[in-house]
Design a protein around this ligand. Structure first.
Ligand SMILES: [Zn+2]
Length: 439
């Protein structure tokens, strides 16, 4: 395979930027390039020095004046909810019963699962997202279809079959034993096959019996390399109903602790209403709290206290996510625009450099995959998102008055969506321009 030199304005973060002037937190080259060989980044930096190390016959792709960033990483989304997104008028528990469970029941048809898996990954790519931590449905075939589609695209995903054995219609229930058996078989078939990663996925404590959480904990013990993903402390009614099902445990987080489900590879969606004890427990265990701003606003769940969680004596590891279909957009640009507003409602601001750190390296670190993705560092996989800050007339006009990188990023976050994503590379291959737009 010949080398590919992808030319443009490159941006990659070394660490979380503390302010809009924290220039040491990132690499930015106005006249930059990324050299790619066999799907891996050989080197990224100034065009002159990178082109000097490119081999004979290198193909050059020129994206100037656009930005080249690492592909975006979505830390929490639901593949089977593509036809749930934009469902009117409910809070979490009614939303699940009215819209989500009936829709997820359709995934007992493996053909439906395959179609939606394909379209879900298409939409992720279209919005600049190259890795997603996804929930499939309760049906083993939905996870098989999702991994198969991702594997064929050589796309890194973290995913799992949902485990749920109570408080939902029969069509979306498994049992403690079948959930264990199916998850185990999926781990053996898919975990670490190519770029695929398995996440043990009990939906949440409300839809799992103690026996099933026991089974999830056994899987986590037997496969410490796998992620665990679930929901925690999203909505007040959810919290009180959950606590009623687990008498004797002091709070919601204690349930997951009790069954061995917290730890550095555990991803907890929402975490809005945590007590200090719960936040300490998550911090002590290295667990990740996943901020889902569009979903938290849409379902009226509450305001995630991003800055406080980062600043407390025992800080939380935080990721951000679309949470489609409770979330209202696949775009992590739209997601960070809403994150900015959620933080503003709590009297603070999120600096735009920190936003773009979060959806690239920040989420990669939270998902423990930053050795592979999330930066433009040599030796990592060449997942790239190309951004055009003048993609629409509204954006182009505002760009006329923009004077700094931080301002440009803020414009992209505030006004950008899939139209601002010029191209997407997955393991070095241009994939957005190759998408078929038919559903
Ligand atoms: Zn969710």
């Amino acid at each position: 395979m010949t080398d590919t030199l992808i030319r443009g304005r490159i941006l990659s973060f070394h660490r979380r930027p503390e302010s809009r002037d924290d220039l040491a937190a990132f690499l930015y080259k106005e006249n930059g390039a990324v050299l790619v060989r066999d799907g891996v980044i050989v080197e990224a930096g100034a065009f002159d020095s990178i082109s000097a190390i490119a081999g004979e016959g290198t193909q050059v792709i020129d994206h100037r004046p656009h930005l080249i960033l690492p592909g975006f990483i979505d830390a929490h989304a639901h593949m089977p909810q593509m036809q749930v997104i934009a469902s009117y008028g409910t809070e979490l528990l009614d939303w699940l019963n009215t819209y989500t469970f009936p829709e997820e029941a359709k995934f007992r048809d493996a053909q439906h699962g395959r179609r939606i898996a394909r379209l879900f990954l298409d939409e992720s790519i279209r919005h600049g997202t190259t890795t997603v931590a996804a929930y499939c449905s309760v049906h083993k075939s939905s996870a098989e279809a999702f991994f198969d589609e991702a594997h064929n695209r050589n796309m890194m995903v973290i995913a799992g079959k949902v485990m749920m054995d109570r408080n939902a219609p029969d069509a979306v229930l498994d049992t403690a034993q079948t959930a264990y058996d199916d998850s185990k078989a999926l781990i053996e078939a898919w975990h670490n096959r190519g770029r695929q990663r398995y996440a043990i996925t009990p939906r949440f404590a409300l839809t799992s019996t103690p026996e099933q959480l026991e089974a999830a904990g056994a899987l986590a013990r037997e496969h410490p390399d796998c992620h665990v993903q679930t929901h925690l402390s999203e909505n007040h009614a959810e919290i009180s109903e959950t606590m009623a099902l687990y008498p004797g445990l002091q709070d919601y987080t204690a349930i997951y602790e009790h069954y061995g489900l917290i730890g550095p590879k555990s991803l907890f969606g929402h975490c809005i209403h945590l007590s200090e004890r719960e936040a300490d427990a998550l911090s002590d265990s290295g667990s990740v709290a996943v901020f889902c701003p569009t979903s938290n606003l849409f379902l009226g769940s509450g305001l995630f206290d991003y800055h406080r969680y980062n600043r407390r004596d025992k800080p939380l590891r935080v990721a951000t996510a679309s949470d489609v279909g409770g979330g209202t957009n696949y775009s992590l640009l739209r997601t960070m625009d809403e994150a900015y507003k959620v933080i503003a409602l709590q009297g603070e601001k999120l600096n735009p450099l920190a936003s773009f750190w979060q959806i690239t390296r920040g989420n990669a670190e939270a998902l423990s995959i930053s050795d592979k993705v999330g930066t433009l560092e040599a030796g990592t996989d060449a997942d790239l998102t190309i951004l055009d800050a003048s993609a629409t007339p509204t954006m182009a006009l505002r760009m006329e008055t923009i004077g700094s990188l931080a301002e440009e990023l803020f414009l992209l976050q505030t006004l950008g969506d899939d139209r601002a994503v010029g191209e997407v590379y997955v393991a070095g291959r241009a994939v957005k321009s190759a998408l078929n737009t038919a559903v």
